[in-house]
Design a protein around this ligand. Sequence first.
Ligand code: ADP
Ligand code: MG
Length: 903
Amino acid sequence: MTKFHQLTTTDVLDKLLVDSNVGLTDQQVQTNRELYGSNELNEDKSDPAWKIFLQAFKEPIVIVLLGAIILSLLSSAYAFQVQNNVQHGKEALYEAVAIFILVIINAVIVFFQEMSTKKSLDALKEMNNRTTVVLRDNKWQVIPTTALVVGDIIKVKMGDFVEADVRWIKSSELSVVESHLTGEPDAIEKITKALSADTELAERTNMGYSGSTVANGSGVGVVVGIGENTELGNIASMLRNTDKKTSPLQITIKKLTASLMKISGGIVLLTFIIGIIKAGELSITSLSSVLSTSISLAVASIPDAMPIVLSIVLTIGATKTAVNNGLIKSLNSVETLGSTSYICSDKTGTLTQNQMTVTKFYDGHNEFSVGDGDLEVNTNSPFFHGAVLVNESSVTKDGDDFQTFGNPTDIALNVLGQKAGVTKQSLTNDNQILRTLPFSSDRKMMSVVVKMPNGFRLYTKGAPDVLLKHSQNLLIDGQLTKDSTKFESIIDNFAEQALRTIAVAYRDLTKRQAETASLEELEQDLTITGVAGIIDPPRPEVKQSVKTLNDAKIEVVMITGDHAKTARAIAYDLGIVKSKDARVIEGSEIELMSDDELFNSVIGTNIYARVTPEHKQRIIKQLQRHKQVVAMTGDGVNDAPALKAADIGIAMGINGTEVTKDSADLILLDDKFTTIEKSVRSGRMIYANIKNFMRHELTTNVAEVMSLLFGLFFTQSVGQVPAGTATLSALMVLWVNMISDSLPSFALGYDVAESDIMKEKPRDVNESILANNTWSRVLIRGTVMGAMVYFGFAWAAQMGATSNQAQTVAFLTLVFGQLWHVFDARSSKSIYRRNPFENKHLIAAVLFAGISSILVTAIPFFNVVMGTAQLPGIVYWIVIFVPALPTFILSGIKEIRAWSRPV
Ligand code: ADP
Ligand code: MG
């Protein structure tokens, strides 16, 4: 079989029936899609619904409940067969059936919540779908990557992924990293000519493979394989890395559940022993009487709703953040965001508007200020030629306005040319562009090689101080000179006015150099011809964001490739530094520092200038050594490793490259710095909400367990209530856990921030969400609530209630105790400090839980299945309002203690 790398470009195109100037027709696209399918790997397909449904049965609580069902069935059989106690036999049977129904209902709820969580997450993913530039029907267009078909003509540039297997048909300094296939970490230069049949994969330099990244240049290729039929598809089974990292919180909760289950096992065992000791004998009768309490206890002590509520609350958080233009890629990051203590941001485009305009320039003769009108200058200078030729933007004059396309820095210089009457078009007759060496933030420059009527020339533009290092001469007043003092003072002057500076240089080349010399060979021995000063105004809203973040004890750091003075002027403007001569560390200094020296410098430094992407990684590492949680932005292809190294990697949604978006944890859909601030705020808020709901859930669990234990120790035979009656029936406990507990908890996920959330310092990542003060709060409130529930039960028994009525009083006391408590749980301070009506979801959940809990005591059907009983009207009022007391009193005590503490 002939492979594509053996064929010439013409043969490949013929074979695939496509014209490289037109692309596929819609008809062909359709045919090829039917033939080859869509451009996806199988791993992207998610679990079928039934699998997700069955997952609910793997939860530990369900296993406990299934055990409870079996015990109830045994107990029922025993009552019927041995004791001839039809009444008890029926009750036990109902209990088994009811628990079973609740297990199913629980599974259904879990299923729907999982599905809706998945839907929200898919929607978030959708917002980050990869796209490709493709030529179809004679038009270049952007399409989702999955829609690529064999035969498509695609275009890639630096920072893109190659999204299918392609045969290159055009290459302009194109080099590509294929390490995922070959292990070779360096970029490989790509060509278009045919290769011999036996060329190894790693040497097929005329082919591009799905999943590779474009490290430099640009190229056009024709798609020869998609989806599973790519080299990536061949090895995908080895790589299948389902990115389902469990978050630290999820692990905490898993561990907590596991240890609570152990404790619960112990308690259940203890109950058995105590129950039997109290009964004075080991008999089936005594066993079955403590059985009911044991089952209730087992159900009471596991915070079964917690894992699912956690994932829902995290998803709500991610969705909310997305509304604010911050796209969080894994639920993990939601947590980390809230603990961020350092935000390192690019300058250009994030802190500034990326609306660049040349306001000053020096053309080798004079300094000029640029207004809106036309310029009277000598346009036949190498400065103007360079500024306009080394330029990938397009600018057309449209009345008084300019229609622009491309990189803002290039646009600024292009517009300058237009104002002076120099267009790229007017120059290219005499200067045919042979090669383009694109800009990279490592080199901080870019070049073109042109063929002139009488020779070859390299034009370069880039950071002035960097160009100086690559130069031989300067062209000043028409004379070649080595004296750069004047030039340097102009640069300083521009930079101090917060201008971005770009110098222009040239070099005459031989034919050989022009055609084959490497980038390193070409960009040296330059002659500098002038410099432009570009204004890029700061984004107005950033100043406030910086202040908010500083109030929240988060450091903001500017990391830029720009000149130190430009960087400092803008940082001062934005309040990132408070002094006009704040310390700036330059890339060249970092280069000379050891890790330890850098470690000693990173705290207290808020500006880094002339840095390259590698420096970013070193800065992150040293900050992390100081136990800082670092967020770092990046836009270029070389920023990807830094984004991975950061605790939160941040990519730009609009101007970012695909590669950075792929390695990021957070994508700024609007590229704005303020979005980082908002996302951190959401992160903190979500964490607080999680803390609140965990506090609430655990308090309830403690209350349930305590009320049962009190019953076990203290309940004697009183009135109609026999000794050994459990305070709550197992089904009541289940109801509480699944309805009146989990719904309000879930609603806590919608809570808005307590106003001062950005006034606190970042949380310590090593501190558990269940720090000591949380536990004491949980234990005190849980025990008080549990005592209250037990007293309700004992009081009802004393008043002559039946067992079922006494349990119902306990049940409602518990339900309303919780429903009052949830308003307290949502504040880190006290119930008096938050408006209870802020969260509409919570009000709805509380009303639903309260009303439905009363209904199950009033409707005869539920009386039978749940063992509830109707109560006298006045008792309902008592069980609704009396349980509010502990919450209000305990919160009151807390308030008083807060007053008496000196602030
Ligand atoms: P940042 O994104 O932090 O502003 P860059 O890496 O984009 O930094 O730019 C660093 C320096 O490289 C700039 O100060 C400028 O001198 C030079 N530079 C930036 N863009 C271009 C370009 N398109 N062509 C030539 N030089 C450029
Ligand atoms: Mg940049």
